[in-house]
Design a protein around this ligand. Structure first.
Ligand SMILES: *Cc1c(COP(=O)(O)O)cnc(C)c1O
Length: 375
């Protein structure tokens, strides 16, 4: 298939017209871990699934094209993808990371710091020029999450890439919250993109998966070696399931965005909401209630929004970062950069927006009655 097609067409066609044997439309699922060789010393096609699997290849080739990279690596989770990337660096390396990041990434960075002598400096996400001041002689990469999670700050990736290039260090972007349908960091100069494909890419809360997409021959070779050596690869079934999810990425992202904009407008006008953070695209937004005491009853009162810890699926979720996704970040650190105990993060799904608003409305009404009672 031509790579000049629009993203919508490319996504829907993933895997179609690849199967020469039976002309299957849906990508065949190869469970076989071992592959027959015809001769000694001839390495052709596949040999062992950790090294390569035909179902995984369909996924990896598709996502590499979607992100504008040279090669992609499918991993067993988003964290495995981030860990794979950090296994590129020697002990004693220094990194600069966005301050407001996924709690699991922060936790991994702490492990790397304690056990492998990695050092991390955190950038507050305000002015890209400040990143230069954090660079040291042993700095190896800048790790950016944009939009950030959960405060939805966006970074100018071109500016960050220019700084990385000037200092001959790598620029790594976690593109989970936008997906390549909205943002292609490699086009903006990034070297490596990582994903929790568990979220928007798979889209149905039924696949745990990660992806690393890379530009450049040397990085491709190093990551291929490490992917196979470490072995946290994605199973063929999950590759297949992720391909299935990707086909509707564009449809889903468009509806997520329409719904999120509607929810944003509603929340902004509500007296029990003091702030709404929306990055401008996708279905992610966060908002602050007037009081921490309202969080629990509000979550209990909702019928459509599910109180759950993930994002990017077709179902609408509300997450409480304080105890869930960001529970591993010390409270004083969280509060210092604005992640308050009154903050709720919404992953707005693809239900009818009227029903979502009605659900929020009835929950707010119940909570305000409670408020009156306690006073
Ligand atoms: C969920 C998430 C991760 C971790 O991915 P898993 O698939 O849960 O391992 C990393 N980064 C971001 C932004 C996430 O939302």
């Amino acid at each position: 298939m031509s790579t000049n097609n629009k993203a919508e067409t490319f996504l829907v066609q993933i895997g179609n017209q690849k199967n020469e044997t039976h002309h299957a439309i849906s990508t065949p699922l190869y469970f076989s871990t071992a592959y027959r060789h015809d001769k000694i010393g001839v390495e052709e096609g596949y040999s062992y699934t950790r090294t390569g699997n035909p179902t995984r290849t369909v996924l990896e080739e598709a996502i590499a094209k979607l992100e504008g990279g040279d090669q992609a690596f499918a991993t067993s989770s988003g964290m495995a993808a981030i860990h794979l990337v950090f296994s590129l660096f020697e002990k004693g390396s220094h990194f600069i990371s966005s301050r407001d990041i996924y709690g699991g990434s922060f936790r991994l960075f702490n492990v790397l710091q304690e056990k492998y002598d990695f050092e991390f400096s955190y950038w507050d996400g305000e002015d890209e020029a400040d990143i230069s001041e954090l660079i040291k002689t042993n700095t190896k990469a800048i790790f950016i999450e944009t939009p950030t999670n959960p405060l939805m700050q966006t970074a100018n990736l071109q500016k960050v890439s220019a700084i990385a290039r000037n200092h001959h260090i790598l620029h790594i972007v976690d593109n989970t919250l936008y997906s390549p349908y909205i943002q292609r960091p490699i086009d903006e100069g990034a070297d490596i993109v990582v994903h929790s494909a568990t979220k928007y890419l798979a889209g149905h809360n039924d696949v745990l998966a990660g992806l690393v997409i890379v530009k450049g021959k040397q990085l491709t070779e190093e990551l291929a070696f490490l992917h196979n050596s470490i072995g946290s690869v994605l199973s063929p079934y999950d590759c297949w399931n992720l391909i299935r999810g990707l086909k509707t990425l564009a449809l889903r992202m468009n509806q997520h965005e329409i719904n999120a904009r509607t929810v944003k407008r509603y929340l902004e006008s509500h007296p029990l909401v003091t702030a709404v953070y929306y990055p401008g695209r996708s279905g992610m937004l966060s908002f602050e209630l007037t009081e921490e005491a309202l969080v629990e009853p509000f979550l209990k009162a909702l019928n459509i929004f599910t109180f759950a810890e993930s994002l990017g699926g077709v179902e609408s979720f509300l997450t409480y970062p304080t105890t869930q996704t960001h529970g591993d970040i010390p409270e004083d650190v969280r509060l210092s950069y604005g992640l308050s105990n009154r903050l709720l993060r919404a992953s707005v799904g693809v239900e009818h927006p009227d029903d979502l608003i009605a659900d929020l409305k009835q929950a707010f009404e119940r909570v305000s009655r409670l408020e009156v009672k306690t006073i």
